[in-house]
Design a protein around this ligand. Structure first.
Ligand SMILES: [Fe+2]
Length: 398
C-alpha cells in the first residue's frame, strides 16, 4: 500500500479508536438455560414473543423445548421459521407481519447468525415503523429502542448475540447491507449447552474456529482496550482447551466453555473489529457461498504467518494464554508455536489445509472486495492493498 493511503487508513482508525470509550456499548445479560426465558419475560412484564428461527433448526426439533416451556407458562410464541442462510428484506417483512398480527411485545432469536440478523432487523422495524429498512443501512440509523431481544445461539461461533450488527440481503438487488446500531445489541443472551448438543462435528469445529478468528483478529488489531484484550485472551484460552472436546460433544462443560468463548470473542470484535481474514472470508462466501467458519479456519494461520514479526509480541501473549509455553521463552518462538498449533488443531478437527474452488481469474475481483471491506476501517497490524491481498488467495488455494 502506498504511503499516502497508509496515513489515511491509520488516521481513520485512530479517530474510531478515540471515539470508542464514548460509544454506548452494552453487554447482554447472560443466562444459561432455556427455562430462564420465562423468567426473563416475567421480569420484563412481557407476554407474547415472536420466535425467529429457521426451518432446518425447527425441523430438527431444537426449538421444541423452548416452545413447550413458553406455552406451559401461558406465553405461546408466534413462530417465524423461514429465515434463510442469508436473511432478506422480504423475510424481515414477513417476520414483522407475524410480530404485528400476533401482537407480540418481544423477540426471541433462536439460531446462528442469520436468525439473529433477521430478529435484530425486525426489532429495528418495530422501533422505526415509518422508516424503510434499507434506509437503516449503515451506522447509527436506528437510534430508537427496539423491543426486548432475547438471543439464543445454536452454534458457539458467531458471537452475534452480543454484536450491534444485522446483515440483510436486499431481495430485489441481491445486495448485502449491514445495519449497525446500539439498540440492536440483544438485551439477553441465553448460552445453553443443551441447544448446541446436536450440532454436527464439522459445523461445531468450523464455527469454533470462527470464534477463535474473532478473538485473534480483535487482539492483534490496533483498536483494543483493556476490556477487549482481556475478553480475547480468555476466549483464546477457552477455545484451545475446549474446541476439540466440544466438537465431539464429549462433555457439557466443554460446550458451555465454547459458548462462553464465542460470546467473549464477539464482545471483543464488536468493539475492536476484525481484520483481513474476515474481509477475505466474506469475499469468498459472497462469490462461492463458502462456509464462513471453514474459510476463516484455513486463512487464520496463513495470514498470521504473512503478518510476520509485526504480530510476534501479541501472538506470544496469546500462546501463553493458550497454555503453549512460558513468557520467558521469547516472542518469536512462542508466536510461531501459536501458529503451528492452529495448523495442528485444524488437522485434528478435520479442517482442510487449503481452500478448494478459488478460481484464478476471480482473484482480482475478490481482492477488490476484501480491500473495500477492510481498508480503511479495520485496524490491522500490517496494511495491505488489493495487490498485496491477492497473495492471501494464492497461498490459501495453492
Ligand atoms: Fe466471523
Amino acid at each position: 500500500m502506498n504511503a499516502a493511503r497508509k496515513i489515511y487508513c491509520r488516521i481513520y482508525q485512530k479517530v474510531f479508536r478515540a471515539a470508542l470509550p464514548l460509544l454506548p456499548y452494552r453487554n447482554p445479560v447472560i443466562r444459561h438455560s432455556i427455562e430462564d426465558v420465562n423468567d426473563i419475560m416475567q421480569e420484563n412484564k412481557l407476554k407474547r414473543p415472536l420466535l425467529v428461527t429457521d426451518g432446518q433448526i425447527r425441523g430438527l426439533g431444537l426449538t421444541k423445548n423452548l416452545e413447550r416451556h413458553l406455552s406451559e407458562n401461558g406465553k405461546q410464541p408466534v413462530v417465524y421459521d423461514r429465515t434463510g442462510a442469508n436473511p432478506t428484506t422480504e423475510m424481515v417483512m414477513e417476520a414483522l407481519k407475524c410480530y404485528r398480527a400476533g401482537e407480540c411485545d418481544c423477540i426471541i432469536a433462536f439460531g446462528g447468525g442469520s436468525s439473529m440478523d433477521c430478529a435484530k432487523a425486525v426489532g429495528a422495524c418495530v422501533a422505526r415503523p415509518k422508516k424503510d429498512l434499507k434506509k437503516m443501512a449503515g451506522i447509527l440509523k436506528v437510534v430508537k429502542k427496539t423491543p426486548v431481544i432475547i438471543a439464543i445461539p445454536t452454534t458457539a461461533g458467531t458471537g452475534s448475540e452480543t454484536t450491534l450488527a444485522a446483515v440483510i440481503v436486499d431481495s430485489e438487488t441481491k445486495h448485502k447491507y449491514v445495519i449497525n446500531d446500539f439498540p440492536l445489541i440483544p438485551s439477553y443472551a441465553v448460552l445453553a449447552p443443551s441447544v448446541i448438543k446436536s450440532l454436527p462435528q464439522s459445523v461445531a469445529a468450523a464455527t469454533g474456529m470462527d470464534a477463535l478468528t474473532h478473538a485473534v483478529e480483535a487482539y492483534i488489531g490496533g483498536s483494543t482496550t483493556g476490556m477487549t484484550r482481556a475478553d480475547a485472551e480468555e476466549a483464546v484460552s477457552l477455545i484451545f482447551a475446549n474446541i476439540e472436546a466440544a466438537s465431539r460433544h464429549e462433555s457439557t462443560r466443554s460446550e458451555a466453555c465454547m459458548l462462553k468463548a464465542a460470546h467473549l470473542a464477539g464482545r471483543a470484535f464488536t468493539r475492536s473489529y476484525v481484520g483481513y481474514i474476515h474481509a477475505v472470508s466474506h469475499s469468498l462466501s459472497g462469490k462461492y457461498n463458502m462456509p464462513h467458519g471453514l474459510t476463516n479456519a484455513v486463512l487464520l494461520p496463513i495470514v498470521l504467518e504473512m503478518y510476520g514479526s509485526r504480530v510476534y509480541k501479541k501472538l506470544a501473549r496469546l500462546a501463553v494464554c493458550a497454555g503453549l509455553g512460558d513468557e520467558d521463552e521469547g516472542e518469536e518462538k512462542l508466536a510461531k508455536r501459536f501458529i503451528a498449533e492452529i495448523y495442528s488443531m485444524n488437522e485434528r478437527l478435520g479442517i482442510p489445509k487449503r481452500i478448494e474452488g478459488i478460481k484464478k481469474e476471480d482473484i482480482d475481483e475478490l481482492s477488490m472486495y476484501a480491500d473495500r471491506e477492510a481498508n480503511p476501517l479495520y485496524p490491522v497490524p500490517v496494511l495491505w492493498d488489493r495487490r498485496e491481498l491477492k497473495k492471501i488467495y494464492r497461498r490459501a488455494s495453492a
